[in-house]
Design a protein around this ligand. Structure first.
Ligand SMILES: NC(=O)c1ccc[n+]([C@@H]2O[C@H](COP(=O)([O-])OP(=O)(O)OC[C@H]3O[C@@H](n4cnc5c(N)ncnc54)[C@H](OP(=O)(O)O)[C@@H]3O)[C@@H](O)[C@H]2O)c1
Length: 335
């Protein structure tokens, strides 16, 4: 079997760490692992397959001889180093938003549009984490009954904003429990014991950046440029895994029973829908899983062809690291 030289850009971050763990778990054939981060991390190391690997500073020359460069160090870094990757002949798999909406860059969720991978010119984008968690369970329903409208509200965890944001939730919870003053550094509002509108800028259309990403990227992944979608993105005091309340309207009637049956066979989805035990998707149970958990499958009583669902998915895995490694597995023919 071939083995590959892989650079992980942002290897110390919340997503970068999960990429390393996912490569190990999947036993991906790696002949060289190059962890890259900022100058702050030089001198530190990461664990990979039982060994300590020294972190190198991100520079253009770092991509020489690399087959795949997995980027999760923010859109600025992705833009800055895309050309260096191209020159070195490394395929860039990018978790940032830098190139997602570019026409010549495939935006891929392997359960939905793996065929788009054939059209890449050296860069492949991983979609926004909330868009992936929305798309994986909706795609098989769309194929079966034709989705005409999506209404989605998200419950997004702190780790969606990175490792430091997760630490901020923990430290605010500790401060609250011990009567200490609560410090805010990463989020604009207190995250512990609070809920607030997603911490991205509001665009002219009244939607924040995250909501606009969910709308535009879902349309691109589904190849449905005019699909009506309304999104409300909310940050909640959960450490890991995003949840979403979803309502869809379909062209033909889709009963909850049929939807449950379709979802129980769908790739990347696990049905968790016990009305008897009141047991439905929860971020705590979605954490660490590759699959998106789906439940609360019921009729939308306000619309004759409406269906309501609730989902939880690990945004560090399926929303980023696992989706990126999965793309690489497709490219090397491992999937
Ligand atoms: N968190 C999620 O759930 C999620 C999901 C999907 C996509 N993403 C995307 O993934 C990317 C990383 O997110 P994250 O949550 O993992 O963030 P994070 O925990 O804050 O990690 C950021 C990483 O980027 C590195 N970095 C920062 N500035 C750098 C620079 N100037 N040069 C080189 N490396 C630099 C950091 O290295 P140092 O340790 O040296 O600072 C660290 O490894 C972002 O683009 C984000 O939008 C995140």
């Amino acid at each position: 079997m071939n083995s590959y030289r892989i650079a992980v850009v942002g290897a110390t971050g919340a997503v970068g760490q999960e990429i390393l763990r996912t490569l190990e778990r999947r036993n991906f054939p790696v002949s060289l692992l190059k962890p890259l981060a900022s100058s702050r991390s030089v001198g530190k190391s990461v664990e990979f397959n039982g060994a300590k690997v020294q972190i190198e500073e991100l520079r253009a020359s770092a991509f020489e001889g690399i087959d795949f460069a997995l980027f999760s160090a923010g859109a600025t870094r992705s833009r800055e180093y895309a050309e260096a990757c191209k020159k070195a002949g490394a395929v860039m798999i990018d978790n940032s938003s830098a190139f997602r909406m570019k026409d010549d860059v495939p935006l891929v969720v392997p359960e939905i549009n793996p065929g788009d991978l054939k059209k890449h010119h050296g860069i492949i984008s991983v979609p926004n984490c909330s868009a992936i968690i929305l798309g994986v369970p909706l795609w098989p329903l769309h194929q079966a009954a034709g989705i005409e409208r999506i209404i989605v509200s998200t419950y997004q965890s702190a780790s969606g904003a990175g490792a430091q944001a997760m630490a901020e939730l923990e430290s605010q919870a500790r401060a609250h429990a011990t009567g200490q003053p609560i410090k805010r550094e990463i989020f604009p509002h207190q995250i512990a014991f609070n809920v607030f509108s997603h911490n991205t800028a509001i665009a002219e259309n009244g939607y924040n950046e995250e909501e606009n990403k969910v709308i535009e990227e879902t349309r691109k992944i589904f190849h449905e440029p005019n699909l009506p979608i309304v999104a409300t993105c909310i940050r909640v005091p959960v450490l890991r895994a995003h949840s979403e309340s979803i309502v869809i309207e379909t062209k033909r009637d889709l009963s909850p029973e049929e939807a449950r049956e379709i979802l129980s066979k769908a790739p990347g989805v696990k049905v968790v829908d016990s009305r008897e035990k009141n047991h439905f998707p929860m971020p705590l149970e979605a954490s660490g899983q590759h699959d998106v958990l789906v439940g609360r499958i019921r009729r939308d009583l306000s619309h004759p062809r409406g269906l309501a669902l609730f989902v939880s998915g690990d945004q560090l895995l399926k929303g980023a690291a696992w989706n990126a490694v999965q793309i690489m597995e497709y490219l090397v023919g491992k999937s």
